[in-house]
Design a protein around this ligand. Structure first.
Ligand code: 5GP
Ligand code: ZN
Length: 115
C-alpha cells in the first residue's frame, strides 16, 4: 500500500467505492471520467507502477486481470457488441495514474487508431 497512490486507496476501499469485481488480488470499478458508456478500470491490489515494470512472474496476475475484464464485460452486456482492453504505459502512452490499470471500454463503436 502506497499512501500517496489514489488506486491503492481505492483498492483498500478507503472511499467506499463500488466494486464491479473483487478477488484476493484484483478489484474493478468505474472510471471517474468515462470515455465510453462502459468504462471500467481493473487493477491489482498490489502496487505496480507501470506495465513495463512487470515480468513473467506477473503473468498469472495479468491473465487474471483479463479474465476479470471478461467477467465484467459479460455482466455489462458488451460481450456480443465487443469492447477494448487498454494499458497506457508511461508519458507517451498517456498514463496518468502510476498504479497499473486495465481499461475496459465498450458500449459504443470505438475508433482506431486511438489519438
Ligand atoms: P491512465 O491515463 O493512467 O491510463 O488512466 C487513468 C484513468 O483513471 C483515467 O481514465 C481517469 O479518468 C481515471 N481516474 C483518475 N482518478 C480516478 C479516481 O479517483 N477514481 C476513479 N474511479 N477513476 C479515476
Ligand atoms: Zn498504488
Amino acid at each position: 500500500m502506497h499512501s500517496d497512490c489514489i488506486f491503492c486507496k481505492i483498492a483498500t476501499n478507503e472511499f467506499d467505492t463500488e466494486f464491479l469485481y473483487e478477488s484476493d488480488e484484483i478489484v474493478a470499478f468505474r472510471d471517474l471520467n468515462p470515455k465510453a458508456p462502459v468504462h471500467v478500470l481493473i487493477i491489482p491490489k498490489r502496487h505496480i507502477e507501470k506495465i513495463s515494470d512487470t515480468n513473467e512472474s506477473d503473468a498469472l496476475l495479468l491473465g487474471k486481470m483479463i479474465n476479470a475484464a471478461n467477467i465484467i464485460a459479460e455482466k455489462e452486456n458488451i460481450n456480443d457488441s465487443g469492447f477494448r482492453l487498454v494499458f497506457n504505459c508511461g508519458k507517451d502512452g498517456g498514463q496518468e495514474v502510476y498504479h497499473i490499470h486495465l481499461h475496459l471500454l465498450g458500449g459504443r463503436s470505438l475508433t482506431w487508431p486511438p489519438g
